[in-house]
Every structure is written in C-alpha cells, then in structure tokens.
Design a protein around this ligand. Structure first.
Ligand code: ATP
Ligand code: MG
Ligand code: MG
Length: 350
C-alpha cells in the first residue's frame, strides 16, 4: 500500500484518515497540537508547525501524496511540499480560498456571482463602503475567519464606525453587501485525477451563532437552482484544475438566483451526511481523488438531516444512540468547550 499525508489534524483529518484506512492506505498527519483528533486514527503524527521545514521534509519522504483538511495551511508550505511529492488539491486552490478578497474576485471571474464587495483597509474605506451599500453590509477579516468569527454586521442605519478598523485587529478586511437570502445551500463536489467530476445533491444549511447547525438533503430549492449550484461548483473545479473534494456555499435569493459565499478546498461540514446516506462518503471520494483512483457514485439512498454536536450537546449521546436510523459520529475530543465541534449525527428519513 502507499501512504497519504494530511496537513491538519482536526476532525476532518480524522475522518479522511478513517476513509483512507478503509481503502488500505496508511496516513501521516502533520499537526502542531499533540493528540489531535486525527492522530487517534492516523498511523503517525508529526507534531510540528505546518511550515516547519524539517517536518515538511519528513512528510514528503514518508508519503506518496499529500492533502489537507484545513484551508489555512500556509501556501508556501504546500508549495514547498509540491516540489517533492504530489499535493492535491493544488496549492493555488488554497491561495484562492484563504483570502476572501481573492476568493470573491476569482469566483466572479469564473462566472460564479457573489455579493458585491469592497476591500477595507481603514475606517475611511469602511465609511465609503457602507455609504455605497446604503448602510448595510457584513464586514469580515479577509483571512483566517471561520464559524462566523471576525465578522461584524451593519444594518441600514447611521453607524459610529470610528475605531472599527483597529477593533477588528488592524488587519485587511472586506465589506460585503448584506444579502437578504431566503436560505443557504452548499454543494459538495469532487474532481478526479483524470478530470472527471462528481457532484452530490445540494444541501440546505442552517447556522446557529455563526456555526453550522443542520444540513438537510434534499434542499428546498427548484431543480433550476439546484442545477445552477452544481454547475457553479463544476466551473470552480475546472478553473482550478482541482483534484479532490470541494465545498461551495451559496445564498439563495427570493427569485431562486444564487450568490456564492465561500469555497472550502477540502471536505466540508455540510457534507458529513454523505457518510450515512450515500455509498461513497465525501471522505472516501476525496481519498479516491487524491490517490488517483476512480471517483465513486454520489447517489443518495436516503433523505437525511445532519446535525452538529457543539460543546455540551455531546451529553445527548445516550438518547441519540437509542434512535433507530441515526448514524452518530464523535470526534474523540476530551474537553467539551462551548462552541467546539464534538461530533455530528445524521438522521435518515425513510
Ligand atoms: P464557515 O464556518 O462557514 O467557514 P465563515 O466564518 O467563513 O464561516 P461565512 O460563511 O462567510 O463565515 O459567514 C457565516 C454566515 O454569516 C453565513 O453562512 C451567513 O449565514 C452569514 N453571512 C455571511 N456573509 C453574509 C452576507 N454578505 N450577507 C448576509 N449574511 C451573511
Ligand atoms: Mg469560511
Ligand atoms: Mg461559511
């Protein structure tokens, strides 16, 4: 067999390692935090920073291919690895997804519309941007935000914005037009080594406190909207010459039209349901793609709802285990801190 390297050791890395093991691969995880969720499953963990040159050399020597579970791996680390071992998805995909300004510019260039946006590098920029959007908008850090962290919402009235740029950390920001969406959906899609594309059906997502709460399949959208979302994901995969699984988040407007919100160059939380309702999960699909195997079917045998277990939600475990047709997946994290993703479950509807 051969060995797959995974940059990042969270729950996504853990689930990738499980899928890799089932296909007979060994896995090595590079992650600075010791005893991370992925290390409990992988064959080996290298405990070091993602851009540690010695660790990267070790990883390249041990692995036949390297992938990532975390989009904030430094692009230079992925590029330096790519000189020694195949890296999938391509490091250029990481670069597009790490900075919301580059990401939205790229999406519009490939014909996938987004909300209008402005780069914000000062309070003056923010004042001008809010003015252009009649006082409403979502201000986000360009880099490193997740689960709604590093965001501020402005809703159509006069704001005293003095000091906001500094309050947000003095880092580059983006102001997006506030999207009055009717619902949020996402598409999980994969492109294989030969360029073949497989797309799972669109998922409807509900967030709570900025964190994904539930993902429901099928999404309540028309066939046209669903097809447009899947087509957009395919366009992105082709433009990036991508190999692996990608997640694409969209807002659905009242008229059924779509605005893309962001892309995740990895397996995605809103694709966890595939492990319970499809023969081939997004995790296996990703491993198949990066290992150069043929992609599997994205067909769904059941409708379902996936729900995240955040913090103390893990106390629901006994009652969840008592339910028939419920697939529970826990991440082996010792401490249930508030806001921490501890696991998820998928309720099959049949
Ligand atoms: P994730 O955990 O999905 O990576 P994130 O921190 O990268 O989250 P976004 O996905 O950009 O943040 O935004 C989080 C949520 O905030 C969105 O799913 C949506 O509900 C809301 N939101 C974001 N941008 C806008 C917008 N321009 N207009 C209206 N709502 C928005
Ligand atoms: Mg994000
Ligand atoms: Mg998001």
């Amino acid at each position: 067999g051969s060995t797959i390297g995974i940059l990042g050791g969270g729950q996504l890395g853990r689930m990738l390692a499980m899928a890799a093991a089932r296909l007979g691969y060994r896995t090595v995880v590079l992650e600075p935090q010791a005893d991370c969720p992925a290390a409990q499953v992988a064959n080996r963990q290298i405990v070091a920073a993602y851009d540690d040159p010695v660790a990267l050399s070790e990883l390249a020597a041990l692995c036949h291919v390297v992938t990532y579970e975390f989009e904030n791996v430094p692009v230079v680390a992925a590029e330096s690895l790519a000189e020694r071992v195949p890296v999938s998805p391509p490091p250029a995909a990481l670069a597009s997804a790490q900075d919301r300004l580059i990401e939205k510019t790229f999406l519009n260039e490939v014909g996938v519309p987004t909300a209008e946006f402005h780069a914000i590098d000062s309070d003056d920029d923010l004042l001008a941007g809010l003015d252009a959007f009649h006082g409403s908008g979502v201000l986000k850090t360009r880099r490193l935000g997740y689960d709604g962290k590093g965001q501020r919402v402005f809703r159509g009235h006069a704001h005293d914005i003095a000091g906001t740029f500094a309050d947000m950390g003095g880092v580059p920001l983006i102001l997006e037009r506030f999207v009055p969406f009717e619902r949020e959906i996402s598409v999980i899609a994969a492109r294989g080594a030969k360029g073949e594309i497989e797309v799972y059906d669109p998922v409807e997502n509900v967030h709570r406190g900025g964190i994904l709460h539930t993902s429901t399949v099928p999404a309540s959208v028309t066939a046209d909207t669903g097809e447009a979302a899947m087509f957009g994901a395919s366009s992105i995969l082709k433009a990036l010459n991508y190999v692996g699984v990608i997640g694409v988040e969209y807002f659905v407007l009242a008229d059924g039209s779509l605005l893309a919100n962001e892309i995740a160059p990895r397996v995605h939380n809103s694709g966890h349901w595939t492990e319970a309702a499809c023969a081939i999960s997004q995790f296996e699909q990703h491993i198949r793609a990066v290992a150069g195997l043929p992609l599997g079917s994205t067909a769904r045998h059941s409708d379902c709802v996936m729900e995240n277990l955040i913090g103390d939600d893990i106390l629901r475990t006994p009652e969840l285990l008592a339910e028939p047709d419920l697939v529970l997946h826990l991440y082996g994290k010792a401490e249930a801190r508030p806001g921490r993703k501890m696991g998820h479950f998928t309720r099959l509807r049949r």
